[in-house]
Design a protein around this ligand. Structure first.
Ligand code: TRP
Length: 450
């Protein structure tokens, strides 16, 4: 298996794929609105701290296990164990991880479908096909099913093509495009009236809010979601990385780029909201907080675009292209987690596995679409608030307590000579062993009580 196993062609391929996984809807709507409504610059600061002090060490745990085992999350965690019990437990954790990844993908597909729908609406408007434009942005079961189906189809198609020809090729095409669109949109929006007030709300820190444990908790959840942690996506990407590359450096680069893009996304979204307010759009909810989530993305921003005439259509096209691209490079990483398990543990080939698992997950999305009120929120909180932190703890425990210290060091030394003398090696092993699990547990306990 080992010499036929696929790999990223270079560290840049890995970097763009991993950043593509990390940068997604979490960066563009989770982060900016949380920042604006939770103390502005103070939240940004707390988030940056948590991302580097907590999420980065956990990301490193996944990368180390993945590249050490050169296998999917189930096989990797099973292989790390030295006793029958720890092997069985590892296998169970791995299965729980890929089930979580699949469930996250099932709701992510629905939301991403809406992005595709709004992109299609702008296209239809541009060619004056008004009936299609109208249909695409109005809630209906058929619309929701169709756009989710299209989005899942794209995801399956890319994953079926493989690590280099699919995941890496599309990440390297789409991620530079994403950054370019993002920067153009920011330049345009910041020149509009009202934008500076938004910038102030986003960046001027209100440190009083930092003492609120709920704020730190949501910053932690946000960081875990944004770095795609716990469910084996980063682990499997790490397993496709050459032994000649330095894990601590690449992990730091991924964290830095993900947080950097989240921060930059805030420079677009929050000022855009205040520009919308300038155009007469309501941006505060009844309770005085800033509008967030679906209402922000699918009502506030579209009404802004509507009020801007032809420029609005171009802006809307660019904005929803940006969102769809961000979503797609994330969804392929989620699908890769279960697909890699299937192809490495059964005789199924990649295209068949991608189609079978993708279709099953789409069936789950359809089930959620038919029972939106009952299922959507439950699945989001079950996976992101409960499963992800628990899995994060398990992965830290596997690297910190089950893997041998020498095994870990050897893996880190591959591609990073002298790592044993670095600050990283002085701090990180203790960190994943003790601090990370405790902190996550603490935050988790808090969230259960709250
Ligand atoms: N990180 C992505 C975002 O910010 C979503 C994502 C991709 C993800 N893979 C994941 C979230 C695995 C949790 C687990 O939108």
């Amino acid at each position: 298996m080992s010499d036929k196993r696929e790999q990223f062609s270079s560290k840049f391929g890995f970097l763009l794929a991993a950043v593509g996984s990390a940068v997604g809807l979490g960066n563009f709507w989770g982060f900016p609105t949380q920042a604006a409504s939770n103390g502005g610059g103070a939240f940004v600061l707390a988030y940056l701290l948590l991302a580097f002090l907590l999420a980065y060490p956990a990301l490193m745990a996944e990368l180390v296990i993945g590249r050490h085992a050169r296998a999917n999350v189930v096989t990797a965690l099973e292989g790390v164990g030295k006793t029958a019990l720890s092997r069985q437990l590892g296998k169970a954790v791995g299965i729980y991880g890929v089930l979580t990844a699949s469930l996250i993908l099932s709701f992510y597909t629905i939301v991403s479908g809406w992005m595709v729908a709004h992109f299609g609406q702008s296209l239809a408007q541009a060619v004056h096909w008004h009936s299609a434009a109208h249909w695409l942005i109005h809630e209906s079961l058929l619309r929701n099913l169709l756009v989710a189906f299209i989005f899942m189809g794209l995801t399956i198609w890319i994953v079926a093509r493989g690590v280099q020809a699919g995941i890496e090729a599309w990440s390297t095409r789409l991620m530079p495009l994403l950054v370019a669109i993002l920067l153009c949109l920011i330049a345009y929006v910041l020149l509009q009236p009202g934008a500076m007030e938004g910038l102030r709300t986003y960046l001027v820190p209100d440190f009083r809010q930092l003492s609120d444990p709920a704020l730190l908790l949501s910053a932690m959840g946000q960081a875990f979601f944004s770095l795609s942690l716990g469910v084996g996506t980063m682990l499997i990407y790490g397993s496709y990385l050459s032994k000649q590359e330095s894990l601590p450096r690449l992990g730091a680069a991924v964290t830095l780029l993900d947080t950097g893009i989240a921060f930059t996304a805030g420079l677009l979204i929050i000022p855009a909201m205040y520009v919308a307010q300038h155009h007469g759009v309501t941006i505060y909810a009844e309770d005085g907080s800033l509008v967030a989530g679906p209402r922000l993305i699918f009502q506030v921003l579209p009404s802004l675009f509507d009020s801007m005439g032809a420029a609005g259509i171009a802006l809307s096209l660019a904005f929803f292209a940006l969102m769809s691209i961000a979503a797609l490079t994330s969804s392929i990483s989620m699908l890769e987690a279960p697909v890699s398990v299937m192809i490495e543990r059964t005789r199924l080939q990649r295209p068949g596995a991608a189609a079978a698992i993708g279709t099953t997950i789409f069936a789950m999305s359809a089930l959620i679409i038919f029972n939106m009120n009952a299922l959507f929120g439950v699945i989001v909180s079950l996976t992101t608030e409960y499963s992800q932190p628990l899995l994060g703890i398990a992965l830290c425990v596997y690297v910190g307590w089950v893997m041998h210290r020498n095994q870990v060091l050897k893996e880190l030394q591959a591609g990073h000579r002298g790592v044993e003398h670095s600050l990283f090696w002085k701090v990180w092993p203790f960190y994943v062993r003790i601090i990370c699990p405790l902190l996550i547990l603490l935050a988790f306990g808090q969230s259960l009580r709250g």
